[in-house]
Design a protein around this ligand. Structure first.
Ligand code: FMN
Length: 148
């Protein structure tokens, strides 16, 4: 069974709610799952075995939510290569913005640069297409977690 750290970037609560529901499903499948609304790089480094699941919206003009930004900055600055680390990304956004789901895309690009191993494809959840981001995420997660 895996230990999953859900790393949340949220302004209005949608991504937080998605992360909480995903954590519940992971736990009910026997995994350990912890939701971090403000994680630091140290939180990751003390859990080298944990699988990272980023769950972030995009705000402003393609910006990272304030509660995820410090972790992303720390990763960019200290650039700890993590070839053993596995991760996934749930990217919430709204395709009426040119910068659709940019924050999630940035998380994925950064983790690729850090040589981490992505499980599955990035899940993009478009607010223009669904009013039920939790339901979309849960369907995706059922498949994603078979690779844990
Ligand atoms: C002020 C504002 C700016 C936004 N900017 C973007 C953006 O640049 N790109 C995007 O894909 N979505 C953008 N969105 C849409 C949000 O990412 C989307 O509504 C998401 O579900 C919000 O999740 P949250 O409640 O976790 O923050 C924006 C929404 C608001 C209200």
């Amino acid at each position: 069974m895996a230990n999953v750290m859900l790393l949340v970037g949220s302004v209005y609560g949608n991504s937080s709610s998605v992360a909480e529901e995903c954590a519940e499903l992971l736990r009910s499948a026997g995994h350990e799952a912890d939701v971090f609304s403000t994680a630091s790089l140290n939180d990751l480094l003390v859990r080298p075995e944990s699988v990272l699941l980023f769950c972030t919206s995009t705000t402003g003009q393609g910006e990272m939510p304030d509660n995820l930004y410090p972790l992303i900055s720390e990763l960019r600055e200290r650039f700890p290569l993590m070839p053993e680390r596995r991760y996934g990304v749930i990217a919430l956004g709204d395709s009426s913005y040119e910068t659709f789901a940019d924050a999630g895309r940035q998380c994925d690009e950064l983790l690729q640069e850090l040589q981490a191993q992505r499980i599955g494809d990035v899940l993009y959840i478009d607010a223009c297409e669904t009013a039920d981001p939790e339901g979309v995420a849960i369907e995706w997660l059922r498949d994603w977690m078979t690779a844990l």
